[in-house]
Design a protein around this ligand. Structure first.
Ligand code: NAP
Ligand code: GCO
Length: 264
């Protein structure tokens, strides 16, 4: 039965996987047997990432590619198909956040977030779907967020993008299910990574009020770590989830189920 979770012989493209959640998910997919291909934007990130993959014993192939650049994505996917093989598993992980009160946010700032967090998953999915149709199977995993369901101060563009990504996920599932392509989302809770680093501490190094408020909102009573996403991504990338389609798997320590700790 555990063979269903094996990714032996599969090619997995994880976007923005030089560090953070993307790196941990790529590591998990590699441990389950997949060949890892990833991209990031800068040479320094690429050099560090290749070193870290090698230290973990993972033979990953890296591309410097901005996921918002459709032509660059098309070239990357075509090169992957020729040198490694058509992509079996795509994880749309690359993402940014801007924390700016909405009435102070420029249209350009709003668009930058929508471009990377919503339009890029469309661009990369669009590039790999023909290869998946040819192969007769495929898995697309979109990294959503608590903000696919919830709002909060300062993250209007991010919430709009991640809410949109949830619906793009359901639409890809609807449109390509008949080709044996499953598209699901993972909605991480609050995970300690460079993206959330500005939220963790006060200047004196003590936990910030926001950090503590998340502890009070999370039944698990802790922030997540990138490794919390390893099991869920392998499940959604593997044959074990072949009849799971259009689902968002929240990996949030229970935040979405909980009203929050009551004040004493
Ligand atoms: P992170 O530490 O900031 O890493 C983001 C990654 O995305 C980096 O590797 C970055 O690479 C890459 N990236 C950003 N823009 C890109 C672009 N235009 N083209 C290519 N790569 C790009 O973030 P993270 O916390 O690991 O988050 C990963 C994903 O999970 C994001 O989609 C995020 O929104 C989502 N998420 C995070 C949390 C959390 O609590 N941390 C919770 C829910 C969802 P470069 O710097 O090299 O460009
Ligand atoms: C924020 C955070 C979040 C998380 C995550 C929650 O400022 O509220 O950065 O949005 O990163 O997406 O699931």
């Amino acid at each position: 039965m555990l063979n269903q979770f094996s990714l032996e012989g599969k090619v997995a493209l994880v976007t923005g996987a030089a560090y953070g959640i993307g790196f941990a998910m790529a590591e998990a997919l590699a441990k389950a047997g997949a060949k890892i291909v990833f991209n990031c934007r800068g040479q320094e990130h690429m050099d560090n990432a290749l070193k870290t993959y090698a230290e973990k014993g993972i033979d990953a192939k890296g591309y410097i590619c901005d996921v918002t650049d459709e032509e660059a994505v098309r070239k990357m996917v075509s090169d992957i198909e020729q040198t490694v093989g058509a992509v079996d598993i795509l994880v749309n992980n690359a993402g940014i956040i801007k924390r700016i009160p909405m009435h102070e946010m420029s249209v350009n700032e709003f668009e930058q977030v929508i471009d990377i967090d919503l339009i890029a998953p469309f661009i990369v999915s669009k590039a790999v779907i023909p290869g998946m149709i040819k192969k007769g199977h495929g898995k697309i995993i979109n990294i959503c967020s608590m903000m696919s369901e919830l709002g909060r101060e300062t993250v209007s563009a991010y919430a709009a993008a991640k809410g949109g990504l949830k619906m793009l996920t359901r639409n890809i599932a609807s449109e390509y299910g008949e080709y044996n392509i499953q598209c699901n989302g993972i909605g991480p809770g609050y995970i300690e990574t460079p993206q959330t680093a500005p939220l963790h501490k006060r200047e004196d190094g003590s936990p910030s009020p926001f950090y503590r408020s998340i502890l009070a909102k999370t039944p698990a009573a802790r922030w997540g770590v990138p490794e919390d996403l390893m099991g869920p991504v392998v499940f959604l990338a593997s044959d074990a989830s072949n009849f799971v389609n259009g689902h968002i798997l929240y990996v949030d320590g229970g935040i979405l189920a909980y009203i929050g700790k009551q004040p004493k």
